[in-house]
Design a protein around this ligand. Sequence first.
Ligand code: G
Ligand code: G
Ligand code: MN
Ligand code: NA
Length: 255
Amino acid sequence: LALENALRIAVKKNEFQLYFQPKVHAKTHQVLGTEALIRWASPSEGFLSPDVFIPKAEEMGLIHPIGTWVLEQGTKMLKEWQDKGYVNERHTIAINLSMRQLMHKDLIDIISNVLKKSKLAPECLELEITESIMMVNSVQTISILNAISELGVKIAIDDFGTGYSSLSYLRLLPIHTIKVDRSFVQVIGIDNGDAIVKTIISLGNNLGLTIVAEGAESPEQVTFLTENNVDLIQGFYFSKPLPLEEYIKYLKVDR
Ligand code: G
Ligand code: G
Ligand code: MN
Ligand code: NA
């Protein structure tokens, strides 16, 4: 109950912050995109992980105002970085969508509105949906994803490889990117980890998808992923998620 009250206050007072984690081009290490990750330091509850408060916000229906704020703030920030020349016009921002957000009747209007308001090119916005959501392969999911795609917005499958879902959705739906789950990246060099990662990458490449590897922490992992033709790498090896000012500093460093 304390958490619920704190969350209601947090929405009212807007106690949230976005952090940004770079996605770098594997071959050149150029920063080509960022993932926006919400953070909440509650005056009463302290720092809480989104793993804890996002499911709570879903239960309470508060995910919608929170999710809309993330979309507004994220698109606004990226447009500002583009206008200031910190990043180029093709730099993307990835924003996570929960199940309830995806199913919300106003989602398409909300996305159109934030694009209009921010003046961000739709192609620069990527929405991350977990593979487990794709398992609910309903008519509704398909029509929502098609509508998002028709706006020009890209769709990424987050935590790819962990959802045990049928692969047929990759062919049937407007998917642009797969994000190789970090549990696979972590087993590079261990047992059959290499074979699994190579297989996921070639699956993605054969389907013409952009492949992002998540959770790369070591130089060995980065080398392996690059040699095996991953497009983009995201992970602590390059940077942890950073608050706005630090992320801008990161962008300004020549690489
Ligand atoms: O950033 P971190 O590893 O703490 O994120 C934990 C989980 O919270 C991840 O699964 C991530 O996708 C999710 N998450 C982070 N930010 C957001 C957000 O803005 N919206 C939603 N729906 N999930 C988020
Ligand atoms: O579920 P999702 O992929 O959206 O979660 C993203 C989260 O993964 C980020 O919040 C971030 O904290 C975490 N993350 C990003 N890079 C690394 C990494 O290299 N190692 C670990 N352990 N976690 C990472
Ligand atoms: Mn994600
Ligand atoms: Na993930």
